[in-house]
Structures are given as C-alpha cells and as structure tokens.
Ligand binder design. Structure first.
Ligand SMILES: [Zn+2]
Length: 324
C-alpha cells in the first residue's frame, strides 16, 4: 500500500534516542515503515502520523468492543471495561512492587485510561492524579470513580516541579511522539529519589523476533510509534538521568476464553483454534482465570537520581553539579 493511501498527516523524524537520521528498513505494515536506527538500534515508525491525527484515533472506540472487531485498523482494548476485575488483579500485583520500592505519597498515572489503577491505588492510601488523552477514558474515570483526571498529554498539562513520589506510565511510551522529552518532563515533576514505572512492548523479546511483522505490537503501527528493547529503553532512561532498579517481563491475568479469542489477531485462526475455543466455552472454562507471562512486554522501575554528579573536569579542577 502506498503511503499516500494511509490517510492523515504524516511527518518524517530523526532517531529520538541518538538524533541520527540513519534508519534501516525493518518491516512494512499497512503502508507504514518500521525502521531501526543504524546508530543506536532504536526501532520506530517513520514517517508517522502527526500529533493531531493520532489524537483523532483515541476516540471512544478505542476502549470498546467495536474498535477492535469492526475496523481493519488494529488498535484498541478488547473489552477493556468488561475486563475490569482481571485488570485490577494485574494492577494490584504491580502496586505491591511499587510499595516495596517507594514511599506512599503522591502518585501520577500517565495515560490512566478508565482509572482502574488510580481507583485501586487511592483505596490503598495514595493521593492520585491521572492524565488521559482519550475524552472517553477521562470522563469514565471522573464519573465512575470521582478521580482527578486531567485531559491532555503530560507536557500540555505541565505539572509543578517535584510534585510526585511515583509516576506510572503503562502502555503509553510507545505512543508518545517524543519519548525523550517525556522522560525529561517526568524527571522535572518527580521528587528527588522518586520512582518511575514504565511498561512497554519489548521489541527485543523472543516472541517479537520470532513473529516479526506478525507481532501484535507491530500490527498496531497506526498508534505505536516506538518499539523499545530493554537496551534502548535503558539507554534513554540513563540519558534522562534515571537509575534502573529492576526490569522484568510483565505478566497479566486473563480469562481463558478471551485469551483464546485473541489468537485470531495473530492469524492463528485455524480450525484447531476455533475448535478449542468452542469447547472451552461449551465446558464453561472460558471464565477460568489464568496468569500468563507472554514475555512480550517489559516492566521497568527506575529512580530519579537525587543529584547528578557530572564532572566538568579541567586538569585537577572538577565541578559537582547538583541539579536539585
Ligand atoms: Zn539512534
């Protein structure tokens, strides 16, 4: 498909991690080109939709059934709202990790969607704020849970310096057009020693490498513009002055039925899959809860450095610069 047929305004960009304009082609999906920087290995979509076009994608359909089942476009959450219970089980496990790494205080969830995580964190004693670019998500979170959710991107909303103890950014950074600037903004609004948790697809994972252009995250090429590996995300965090505390592959709680149904997005929609799915529902096993770790996403916990010691050395004179 020619790019002209993609629709929407497009822009061409340099590498967000090293600044080079040295992309090697990796895959072509629905007219979009996924490239890898020859200098640093960052994988990204180039050219890509401009901000305005991306905003138009994050409409209500992003969260409902039709968004993913009707369109040829591959985006949206499957039954996001209906899956609330499983999502909350997943979030509770993540919050437990956060509470081991950070002191309880102000928590910001960037891209908080319908606010399930914020609602949970608040019930555990956190003061919570969310940001969301989808007006449906923001409205749901406010009306359903009475949460403080601001509509817009993180940088548009411009929070005060050092106002949060913890910032979570789950399934978001792959959508952000300037992730380096986003991390620097988080650096600015976190308190010294504050914690950042990022979850994003792991482009270096075995699954991603085996599936290639069939990988689900690559299929979401209209909305996903960056594909990090553990190495490239670590490098960007280091540049933004974060210290990585731990990196793990993200697991998730599913019901068996919907998990089987998802296989069709991988084009594994053969007779065997259909038969298995039918029997799982017939035997009432579709609501069996399973905890799977598909090793396709990574969770990174990073701490804002309290002070940066950059030696501006000249002979025997060196200067310790304290940023805070
Ligand atoms: Zn690069």
């Amino acid at each position: 498909m020619a790019l002209e047929k993609v629709g929407g305004m497009l822009e061409r960009v340099n590498c967000n991690l090293c600044g080079a304009d040295d992309p090697a082609p990796l895959a072509e999906i629905e007219g979009f080109h996924i490239v890898r920087c020859r200098q640093c290995g960052l994988t990204y979509v180039n050219p890509r939709f401009v901000q305005q076009t991306l905003h138009e994608i994050y409409t209500e359909s992003y969260y409902d059934h039709d968004g993913i089942n009707n369109g040829r476009e591959f985006y949206g959450y499957d039954d996001y709202v209906q899956d609330e219970e499983n999502i909350k089980t997943t979030f509770a496990k993540r919050l437990a990790v956060i509470e081991r790494l950070a002191n309880k205080g102000q928590l910001l969830d960037v891209g908080c969607a319908t606010g399930f995580f914020l609602d949970l964190a608040r019930s555990k004693g956190w003061n919570v704020v969310g940001t969301e670019v989808s007006s449906f998500g923001a409205r749901f979170a406010r009306e359903q849970f009475g949460l403080d959710v601001r509509l817009g991107t993180l940088r548009e909303l411009s929070f005060d310096d050092q106002s949060f103890d913890v910032i979570t950014m789950w399934d978001v950074i792959e959508h952000v057009l300037d992730p380096m600037a986003e991390l620097l903004e988080i650096q600015r609004i976190l308190r010294p020693g504050g914690l950042l948790s990022i979850i994003t697809p792991d482009a270096g994972s075995l699954v991603a490498r085996l599936l290639g252009s069939r990988w689900e995250e690559f299929r979401r090429v209209r909305e996903h513009v960056y594909f990090f590996s553990r190495r490239t995300l670590a490098e960007m965090l280091r540049k933004a002055d974060f210290e990585i505390l731990r990196t793990e592959s993200a697991d998730k709680v599913f019901y068996l039925g919907p998990a089987l149904q998802r296989l069709k997005y991988y084009a594994w929609d053969g007779a065997a899959t259909q038969l298995a799915t039918r029997w799982v529902y017939r035997l009432g096993l579709d609501k069996v809860r399973i905890n799977i770790n598909p090793f396709t996403k990574m969770t990174v916990y990073a701490r804002k450095r309290g002070k940066i010691l950059s030696s501006v050395g000249q002979g025997s004179i060196s200067l310790a610069v304290q940023r805070e």
